[in-house]
Design a protein around this ligand. Structure first.
Ligand SMILES: CC(C)(COP(=O)(O)OP(=O)(O)OC[C@H]1O[C@@H](n2cnc3c(N)ncnc32)[C@H](O)[C@@H]1OP(=O)(O)O)[C@@H](O)C(=O)NCCC(=O)NCCSC(=O)c1ccc(O)cc1
Length: 148
């Protein structure tokens, strides 16, 4: 299954006054990293499907474990691994490292879905498209030296 890694810096705006990361930022990084991974594969999870409907990838399950806190301004590797491709759901493992130290490990389940926009707005799970399935099953590893 596909693995994707990129590097980012821990910024002042993401820390408390003591210079320790505030944990909700990890969740935001997970969203940004996963979107980046999908977009790099030409998969737009929020593409417009028609004028009243766009794609979405709502989260239905999240578990996070924290092992060590990185210091302010450190460079952190974010690694995303496709864990499971179900009928309508996708499982991902996120790992954050500083050098060889594992900081955080998180497991999330997303649902491939459509969002109705406007009147009668609704979210509906739909099967993961075959094109997406194939791209995510690929065993190759993308390493981006992106610094944010
Ligand atoms: C997403 C839903 C519409 C899906 O509902 P249903 O259509 O009834 O789903 P189903 O029961 O058919 O299940 C579909 C699949 O999801 C799986 N699923 C559904 N719920 C769960 C939970 N809680 N855990 C694990 N797996 C689940 C289920 O097992 C099915 O998997 P497959 O066997 O692989 O097909 C509904 O569960 C829902 O609205 N949940 C609330 C979601 C939510 O509010 N999340 C938080 C905010 S969303 C968000 O942050 C976001 C991020 C990115 C975006 O682009 C959009 C939104």
């Amino acid at each position: 299954m596909r693995t994707y890694r990129y590097k980012r810096r821990l910024h002042w705006s993401e820390c408390d006054p003591g210079g320790i990361i505030f944990f909700p930022h990890y969740a935001r990084w997970m969203v940004e990293g996963l979107n980046d991974m999908l977009l790099s594969l030409d998969i737009d999870p929020n593409a417009w499907l028609d004028p009243d409907t766009r794609g979405g990838l709502p989260i239905v399950q999240l578990a996070m474990k924290f092992f060590a806190a990185p210091p302010l301004h450190s460079l952190i590797w974010h690694e995303i691994h496709v864990e499971k491709i179900g009928g309508k759901s996708l499982g991902f493992i996120h790992r954050f490292f500083m050098d060889d130290t594992l900081l955080v490990e998180a497991h999330e389940t997303r649902v491939w879905a459509t969002h109705g926009i406007g009147q009668g707005a609704s979210t509906q799970a739909i099967p993961v498209p075959d094109t997406v399935r194939k791209l995510l099953m690929d065993a190759s590893e993308n390493v981006l030296e992106t610094r944010i």
